[in-house]
Design a protein around this ligand. Structure first.
Ligand code: PEP
Length: 251
């Protein structure tokens, strides 16, 4: 039985005040019926320490939105995995489509970041997903397989035991245009089958969460699919009531 996971990706949103308010509301509300789910928030980096302090003793765990592949060095503006670990970060997003597109991260770089996170005893949330053009030209599975296989070849299938995969079709992120539950389940099953070719055990254990315009209205149907183990939530995770409703939809 896989334990579900819901993670909020706050991207480059918030202020000291708004993030403290949001966290306090999440901590208060999560006491009221969110059971059996790993709950994660990924704030912007400057707020990590404040979030670490506010979340201490709560059910919420801390995540980061990005990491560098190297443990230290002359990389101005970057943040290394051991630095994140010092702030009790447990999960790190790698390969988010906004980074693949805006920062031109390649599959190979994502694979290096993935192993850097594991080396420092945190769990990578590996984001995979195709663009609209790739889906419309019938290449969605090919693209997702290539993204996953690069990581599998770099780190080996056993490394996946400590990871989470997030299937996030690029055309659904921040657009309000969610994949249907059927489309999402089909790709999640495909990803699990790809994993099963290398290890049936890891394939049955790994959590594959869905991201792309998840909201309070569509979460329950998405999370009810047999291969969907929770969600990666962007915009809707910035509103405490809606995010808690989404978290309750999986529990
Ligand atoms: C995301 O940023 O990973 C995401 C899924 O965003 P949204 O929920 O806003 O589509």
């Amino acid at each position: 039985m896989r334990r579900s996971l819901v993670a909020g990706n706050w991207k480059m949103h918030g202020s000291r005040e708004s993030i403290a308010d949001l966290l306090q509301a999440l901590i208060r509300e999560s006491g009221l019926g969110v059971d059996g789910v790993d709950l994660v928030v990924c704030p912007p980096l400057p707020y990590l320490q404040m979030c670490q302090q506010l979340l201490s003793g709560s059910v919420w765990q801390l995540g980061a939105q990005n990491v560098h592949s190297q443990p230290c060095g002359a990389y101005t503006g970057e943040v290394a995995a051991p630095m994140l670990a010092e702030f009790s970060v447990r999960y790190v997003l790698v390969g988010h489509s906004e980074r693949r597109q805006l920062a031109r991260e390649t599959d190979a770089l994502v694979a290096e970041k993935f192993s850097a996170v594991l080396r420092h005893a945190m769990r990578p949330i590996l984001c995979l997903g195709e663009t609209l053009e790739q889906r419309e030209s019938g290449r969605a599975e090919e693209v997702v397989a290539a993204q996953l296989n690069t990581v599998l070849e770099h780190s080996g299938v056993s490394a996946m035991a400590d990871a989470v995969i997030a299937y996030e079709p690029v055309w659904a992120i921040g657009t309000g245009c969610t994949a249907s539950a059927g489309q999402a389940q089909e790709m999640h099953r495909f990803i699990r089958e790809l994993m099963a070719r290398r290890s049936a055990k890891v394939a049955s254990q790994i959590r594959i969460i869905y991201g792309g315009s998840v909201n309070a209205g569509n979460a329950r149907e998405l999370f009810a699919q047999s291969d969907i183990d929770g969600g990666l939530v962007g915009g809707a995770s910035l509103k405490a009531d809606e995010f808690i409703t989404i978290c309750k939809s999986v529990s």
